[in-house]
Design a binder for this molecule. Sequence first.
Ligand code: PMP
Length: 435
Amino acid sequence: MPQQHTDEALIQLDKELLWHPYTSMSHPAPHFLVKKAQGSRITLSDGKELIDGMSSWWSVIHGYSHPVINNAMKSQIDDFSHVMFGGLTHEPAIKLAEKLSDITPHGLSRVFFSDSGSVSVEVALKMAIQYWHSSGRPNKKKFITPRNGYHGDTFAAMSVCDPINGMHGLFEGALTKQHFIPSPPTGINTPVDEDYLTEVRQIIEKTHLEVAGLIIEPVVQNAGGMRFYNPLYLDRMKLLCEEFDLLLIFDEIATGFGRTGKMFASDHCNISPDIMCVGKALTGGYITLAATITNDKVALGISDKGGVFMHGPTFMGNPLACSAANASLSLLSSYDLTSRIQTIESKLTESLKRCRSLANVADVRCLGAIGVVELTSPVNQQQIQPLFVEQGVWVRPFGKLIYLMPPYIISNEDLETLGNAIYNVTKSLAYNTKN
Ligand code: PMP
């Protein structure tokens, strides 16, 4: 008989045994024990229900325990949960590749599945390096990327993260030194700054002979500061990439599948990247899966003269994960995604706007199903987290940012409660207001 633990004992064991993201083992942060999650609600062990404002790090877009995805996975389990992808293939992966090639920007049709967002970035960087190697330009091995970017926690991914947030100091000497351009000026509608583009051009001019590609999060720089920028910068970067022989890589891991109001953030501009990474919401946040999708130029370039792409994870194309992704994509195409996200954007804008009056708030901004309250100084996460739980919401701020990325099934009432909770907690942190 397995030993039964009380909830208190489980929490104690968690502290002793488990490492959580970005935490210390000697000073473990408090973690709340979850018993159930359904729709937009997370239920804790003490029975408290929290309205989910995070979609579990931006992935659970249809809410928890959705019957369509549940059934798709159950039915796949009864057939087979996994088979190796070397030498074998299966319908869930083939169908998913077909769907991804249909919905991603023009020309992206060659799909490589991997286990997580960070790995899909590693794969993208390897594809770019291999492409130039096959093209007889083996010196092109580095990358150009904006500051304030975030692309994951594995080594090559860390090397293209913002040098300050991205742990470059800690891993000095272990990370490849890449070339950084300033981050695109903020403001989705702010006119393009030609001086910025001139600076980018100068950096590319100096470095392009050793650079394989430019990697960027389109339209929103996410974990590096929730910064929104004008999509026209991407059109201009594409031109620079063409002029200087760089591959353009879009990291859509956070922005993909509707989050910014279009299926992909790339759809806000008129160009296709050479390589695109997707993950997170790909499976509706059910199970880990990512994809790196490229065009014929890169795929056939790598394969030229008998070349093969040198990557092949054990769980590549996992059928369970692919079946969840197929169900999630069917759900996304079953309603008017654009108008759904517009409704969320309007409600987020309305429910967060009064935070502007607080003295400790520097900015409030919304785009699609992303709402951000930027404070004047960083929050103490351990102090602020229980305050949100007390308010009956699940919101997890970082740095100066308190933000919402709710599941798309969220109701207007829940969005209002989330906005009120952010206002109340932010106000309780402020000593006085501007008025
Ligand atoms: N790229 C971006 C833009 C991300 O937001 C993230 C995760 N927050 C990653 C890559 C890494 O994905 P994962 O955590 O699945 O490795």
